[in-house]
Ligand binder design. Structure first.
Ligand SMILES: Cc1cc2nc3c(=O)[nH]c(=O)nc-3n(C[C@H](O)[C@H](O)[C@H](O)COP(=O)(O)OP(=O)(O)OC[C@H]3O[C@@H](n4cnc5c(N)ncnc54)[C@H](O)[C@@H]3O)c2cc1C
Length: 493
């Protein structure tokens, strides 16, 4: 008889871990503090406008298909490739639509920014190669365990080190291939996909651009929430039991072994616990007596966000599914987020409109705008005042750029800020991805997927290895599966 497994939190990392461990034959129970399953990938409806409350950019759909295929329901997971990547709006009034597909993108960047086609191709080739070399040794396995180092792909990954761009920043790496400041800005923005600063994060992180630019950007039928809905269905089909509205109060550890968790003041026994909650919160609040890896937990945190969910009574033909209105001084924006910890008067604004891809997400003739700005973590700022100011700045910038009074179109409104994000998901300071990647060694200061001093305790999700974003959060579950097989060999099927 297999041991009991408890998963704390039902984000994509928790769901992927639940599926993989249930498939190994474990009896898995998921406790989720919120009333909904899915963590940040969940949906809300405001007066007929449907929103995905968190992630909107979907890459590597095969990773989700792979997990769904482990469950009983083999119904295909439906999604389609978007015909374009992003529409960019610059502060000088110009705009540029970034297509999908490597050759199409090369052509567009040559025509628009007079880039050298060979250098643009070289960039795409380099980030593809970097990703392919790193994936088997650093994303699907871990350098934190000796046994995982015995991988025939490790040597090529080591030999490739000079080519990753570890000794330069993402900005420096982009400049090696692109000469127009706008192209550089486009390539730099991928640092924000894991909450980091392109002027500090290593060039290696340009592999994030590979996923979107070489592999494509997708839209799941039914919206992003269909990812977590299908994962939860797959988990249930394998016998996983979910308890929503059930915050775990502590992780019980005895003599260096996990023995269960406390929920509603009752200890539920388990010899394997996977925490999908933020790793900082897990140490600080759920097991304050366990020795903390101070160096790892004292690193700078990734950014947070302010998101306005606006129901727009109107249709905007010059916008696509993904739109970005750049700040004029991009570097100053990251200084504000990471150093002065405030919001800029002229921030970059991301406008996502899922109703462009899925018209039923908004009433007829209307659009559901998800308007997001990168923000510092919560350190006690007056968010009510900051958000009110930000709203004015965003409306001013969007109205000027689109040539219309944007405020007059808003008929419903909801706002998320770092404080709300912190309370809703228990992420430290409302940070979205745990530690930032603002240094060359940041990857080594990310917590491993296991707790070195506590047998049976594992960590899943974007705050631990391998890092931020849905693809990495679900890849972490593969590492956990392997570690559990190694740590509990007598249990193997
Ligand atoms: C506004 C926004 C936009 C984003 N955009 C993108 C994007 O476009 N693409 C992308 O890939 N990623 C994006 N992300 C990041 C994205 O959210 C993650 O990639 C992914 O959803 C995180 O999954 P996770 O498994 O780490 O955990 P989470 O989704 O954070 O889930 C953790 C779960 O643990 C639960 N929990 C915490 N404490 C407890 C407790 N004590 N007891 C029980 N349960 C607990 C929480 O309630 C939560 O449900 C975005 C995030 C935000 C906030």
């Amino acid at each position: 008889m297999k041991e009991e497994v408890i998963v704390i939190g039902s984000g994509v990392g928790g769901l992927a871990s639940a599926i993989r461990l249930a498939k190994l034959g474990y009896k898995v129970t998921v406790y989720e503090k919120n009333e909904f399953i899915g963590g940040k990938v969940h949906t809300r409806d405001f007066n007929g406008y449907r929103y995905d409350m968190g992630p909107s950019i979907f890459t590597e759909p095969y990773l989700i298909e792979e997990l769904i295929a482990l469950g009983a329901d083999q119904k295909p997971f439906e999604y389609h490739a978007l015909p374009e990547s992003f529409r960019y709006f610059f502060s000088d009034g110009t705009s540029f639509t970034l297509p999908t597909g490597t050759e199409e993108t090369v052509k567009a960047m040559v025509e628009e920014f007079e880039e050298n086609p060979e250098r643009v191709r070289a960039f795409f080739k380099r980030i593809k190669k970097n990703y392919e070399v790193l994936k088997p040794v650093f994303i699907e396995t871990t350098l934190h365990r000796f046994s995982h180092l015995f991988n025939k792909k490790l040597i090529p990954a080591i030999l490739h080190i000079p080519r990753y761009g570890l000794l330069t920043t993402m900005n420096g790496f982009s400049k090696r291939f692109f000469k127009h400041p706008k192209s550089v800005q486009l390539m730099n923005r991928y640092a924000t996909y894991n909450g980091s600063d392109p002027y500090k994060t290593p060039g290696l992180l340009s592999i994030i651009a590979h996923l979107e630019l070489n592999e494509g950007i997708y839209f799941p039928k039914g919206g992003m929430v269909s990812i977590t809905q299908r994962l939860a269905d797959a988990a249930r089909s394998l016998g996983v039991v979910f308890h929503a509205n059930s915050p775990v109060e502590s992780i019980e550890v005895t003599q260096g072994r996990v023995v269960g968790v406390r929920v509603q003041n009752t200890v539920v026994p388990a010899s394997i616990v996977v925490s999908n909650a933020d790793v900082h919160y897990t140490y600080e609040r759920l097991m304050p007596l366990v020795k903390r890896p101070k160096k790892i937990l004292n690193q700078e945190l990734s950014s947070s966000a302010v998101v306005f969910y606006w129901g727009m009574k109107g249709h905007f033909g010059n916008l696509g599914v993904h739109n970005l209105f750049f700040a004029e001084d991009y570097q100053a924006e990251f200084k504000a987020v990471f150093e002065t910890k405030t919001l800029m008067e002229d921030p970059s604004i991301y406008v996502h409109i899922s109703s462009k891809a899925e018209p039923s997400d908004a009433p007829a003739g209307c659009e559901n705008w998800f308007v997001m700005v990168n923000a510092p973590i919560n350190i006690g700022q007056d968010w009510t005042a900051l958000v009110a100011q930000l709203r004015k700045h965003i409306l001013h910038k969007l109205s000027a750029s689109l040539g219309q009074d944007i405020e007059s179109f808003i008929e419903t409104e909801y706002v998320n800020d770092p404080l709300r994000l912190q309370h809703t998901y228990n992420g430290k300071g409302g940070s979205i991805y745990g530690n930032s990647s603002n240094s060359a060694l940041a990857a080594f200061y990310r917590h491993p997927n296991h707790a070195p001093g506590v047998k049976g305790l594992y960590f899943a999700g974007v705050t631990v290895h391998p890092g931020g974003g849905i693809p990495l959060a679900v890849s972490g579950a593969k590492i956990i599966e392997r570690m559990v097989k190694e740590d509990f060999p007598q249990e193997a099927l």
